[in-house]
Design a protein around this ligand. Structure first.
Ligand SMILES: *Cc1c(COP(=O)(O)O)cnc(C)c1O
Length: 354
């Protein structure tokens, strides 16, 4: 079904484009001129509109603020040399959006509203898409509960909003990471697989402790034994061990990343053995010691492919090879960049043209 949405467009009278410093784009601080908004009430999505980016008013009693009925997505748009604008695998994000919403007892959003809402706002702000290397337009769709009611129950009204903003590289250096063996990000039966706002709230304190100790990121481990690796900060953890690509199985407690999936697809095409399975801390530490761990990186839309320089565990720091010498992650990063930027043809149907 590809019904065209009736989207009402109100353009800004003062574009902030000219006063935006594209040489200095810290992640998530710069927003494009417009945003897409839709309302859910009486059992349906309505009032599709593109409006100037700006503050919106709410009752202080809205349930999103008190009980955390809120979740989001993250994806990116790229501008090719010929001016063509593409979004990377948005159908995957649309699908995951509804998995998150279902877990939080929030209404489904039809894929065409997700895709057309994003396309409308990316289209109107296409001049905001940076073209320089490692830059893109970050797209942040999210949904939250708006009933002004303090009872603990699912809201009956919601808002779906899409913000966008130009971004440069998320991490500018090789990461020093620590394996976390006390705090937990997500547990079996919980909502780790959802991009639920609450998952990030609970990760902040342990992540800050790690930063205070001089680390860049945490590697989360399983809630029960802390013996198995789960994720790396807000990115998926991927390793090349003994020549095989390995990554933890995406169960309840792991966010099933689009980047993770793309990396596995490429590795398989290149004839590499790919294993989605429980990955133990012990085998990673052993591999770091004996040199069989030849690659380790975080994979995510914001972080792209973020190489790990050292892994600390139990007070010991284990150093890995120089990221510039890592064959696999270098090739993956180059290939993904080429597909997104249009310098290599998209033979996999991964780009959605706006
Ligand atoms: C968003 C996210 C990822 C990466 O997912 P992508 O679809 O590749 O962007 C991984 N882990 C967590 C916890 C995340 O929030």
């Amino acid at each position: 079904m590809t019904e065209t949405l009736d989207i009402q467009i109100t353009k800004t009278t003062h574009s902030r484009l000219a006063e935006t410093d594209f040489d200095n784009l810290p992640f998530g601080k710069t927003f494009s001129d417009h945003m897409f908004v839709a309302d859910y009430a009486d059992g349906e999505w309505k009032n599709f509109r593109v409006v100037p980016y700006g503050e919106i008013g709410f009752s202080p009693a809205i349930s999103a603020l008190h009980y955390g009925q809120a979740f989001f997505e993250g994806l990116k748009a790229y501008k090719h040399a010929d001016g063509k604008v593409v979004i990377f695998r948005p159908d995957k994000n649309a699908e995951r959006f509804n998995k998150s919403g279902e877990r939080l007892c929030m209404p489904a959003l039809p894929e065409e509203i997700f895709l057309q809402g994003i396309a409308a706002v990316v289209d109107i702000d296409r001049d905001w898409i940076p073209t320089r290397a490692n830059h893109s337009l970050y797209i942040r769709p999210f949904m939250f509960a708006t009933d002004p009611f303090l009872g603990v129950q699912p809201s009956s009204t919601y808002k779906f909003i899409v913000l966008t903003g130009p971004v440069g590289p998320y991490f500018s250096k090789t990461l020093r990471v620590k394996i976390e063996s006390h705090y937990t990000r997500a547990a079996e039966g919980g909502m780790g697989f959802a991009k639920a706002a609450g998952n990030y709230g609970s990760s902040l304190m342990p992540a800050k402790k790690a930063v205070d100790e001089g680390f860049d990121q945490l590697i989360w481990t399983d809630a029960k034994s802390h013996e198995y690796i789960e994720e790396m900060g807000a990115a998926n953890a991927m390793f090349v061990l003994d020549g095989k690509l390995i990554t933890p199985t995406a169960g309840d407690s792991i966010l099933k990343g689009v980047t993770r999936d793309s990396v596995m697809c490429l590795a398989r095409e290149w004839g590499m053995t790919v294993e989605e399975r429980p990955v133990s801390v012990a085998e990673i530490i052993e591999g770091a010691k004996n040199g069989k761990l030849t690659d380790a990186f975080g994979a995510g839309t914001a972080a792209t492919i973020a190489p790990v320089g050292s892994i600390s565990y139990d007070g010991e720091e284990y150093f890995l090879s120089d990221p510039k010498d890592r064959e696999f992650s270098q090739k993956v990063l180059k290939t993904l960049d080429a597909i997104k930027n249009g310098t290599e043809p998209d033979t996999r149907g991964w780009t959605y043209v706006v």
